[in-house]
Write a protein that binds this ligand. Structure first.
Ligand SMILES: *Cc1c(COP(=O)(O)O)cnc(C)c1O
Length: 347
């Protein structure tokens, strides 16, 4: 282990918990869970679970059994659900009780029943046409005898509050609720929570907003940034007017410049959309990315920060809505593509 890792993700544990608390409060009487799939959107699932469980979160969601396995033992009182359901080869693991499958298809339901079942969750498709049983399947008797812990559905357009599909899905979910007895009902993701308490039912399932993503104006003032990449200046150089920087010489200096080369590139999830648009931050100054982002390296203009030296660190502007506009990536893509080279460090 290198004692002083050159690239770090500084993760704000206080902001993570504050975001969950705000989402829990917005969920009203409903319990508030946490989507921790894709290693908690790249942030690191084990630490997120530990911190949110300590704050009172009890319901966690991963996509796959591999993710459930990687997580290991959950804190006491916490439960885990696996959103992709259960394949034949996963039945033994699923029946061991580590997590509940979220059954999505008739074949999954039949498989679970044939094996003697146990508590499970069920996904109903209410109009997204992604995973889940149709309302007709739910009404067909297929679920008779299944111990449904949580009946859930997922919103397609919750980040567009005026979209008619939101209402339509809400009504379809009420219909599903009348058909399928379950211990709890759950519909809202992060953006769904901001649509109002009628979307909250018994349990909400925020993901992106926990990690600083903002899908909605109401959240903009309350959700705090969690992830800040911090990288090092590997080299400083002076360039002259007419000199170019980086692959394909897309940037050409029109004046003498002092530039810094950072240990950051698209292999770290800093994709090429940040070329000429991204920004590093140091001592309150914004230092623009110049030229093309390459695999491991990115150049910035040090004109406004003459005090910076080789070996100094800069923070990368990773305010998610702004970084999304800069790069053309969604806030989800920004987090889930963060590479494995960062040392993840909680503050
Ligand atoms: C990913 C996911 C969530 C969380 O969604 P966000 O938009 O990140 O809040 C909730 N429910 C299901 C089924 C999901 O797949």
């Amino acid at each position: 282990m290198i004692s002083d890792p050159p690239s770090r993700l500084i993760l704000d544990g206080t902001a993570l918990v504050a975001n969950w608390c705000w989402l829990a409060q917005q969920s009203g009487p409903a319990a508030c869970g946490a989507a921790i799939k894709a290693d908690s959107y790249g942030v690191g699932a084990a630490e997120v679970v530990r911190r949110l469980a300590a704050a009172g979160c009890r319901d966690f969601f991963v996509a796959t059994w591999g993710e459930a396995l990687a997580l290991g033992r959950l804190p006491d009182g916490a439960s885990l659900a696996v959103l992709h359901g259960v394949r034949e080869s996963e039945m033994d693991f699923a029946r061991s009780g580590v997590a509940r499958p979220v059954l999505n298809t008739a074949a999954q339901v039949v498989r679970w029943k044939a094996a003697g079942g146990g508590p499970c969750d069920v996904m109903i498709d209410t109009g997204m046409n992604r995973l889940g049983l149709s309302l007709d399947e739910a009404a067909s008797g297929l679920l008779d005898g299944v111990m449904v812990d949580t009946l859930m559905s997922h919103l397609a357009c919750a980040d567009e509050p005026g979209h008619p599909l939101n209402r339509h899905q809400l009504e379809a979910f009420h219909a599903a609720r009348a058909l399928v007895p379950a211990r709890r009902y759950s519909l809202a993701n992060s953006a769904g929570i901001c649509l109002g308490q009628e979307y909250a039912f018994d349990l909400t399932r925020p993901g992106i907003a926990l990690y600083g993503g903002i899908q909605n104006e109401a959240a903009a003032e309350r959700i705090r940034q969690v992830v800040r990449p911090e990288v090092e200046i590997l080299q400083i150089r002076g360039i002259r007017p007419g000199d170019s920087v980086g692959y394909n010489a897309t940037f050409i200096a029109d004046r003498p410049m002092r530039i810094g080369i950072l240990n950051l590139g698209y292999a770290d999830g800093y994709l090429r959309g940040f070329s000429g648009t991204g920004c590093a931050l140091a001592a309150g100054k914004r230092l623009p990315v110049i030229g093309r982002v390459s695999m491991d390296l990115t150049a910035i203009d040090l004109g406004d920060a003459p005090e910076l030296q080789e070996g100094d660190r800069v923070t990368i502007d990773f305010d998610l809505p702004r970084a999304s506009r800069q790069s053309g990536l969604s806030q989800y893509e920004l987090l889930t593509t963060l590479g494995r080279r960062y040392h993840r460090q909680w503050s």
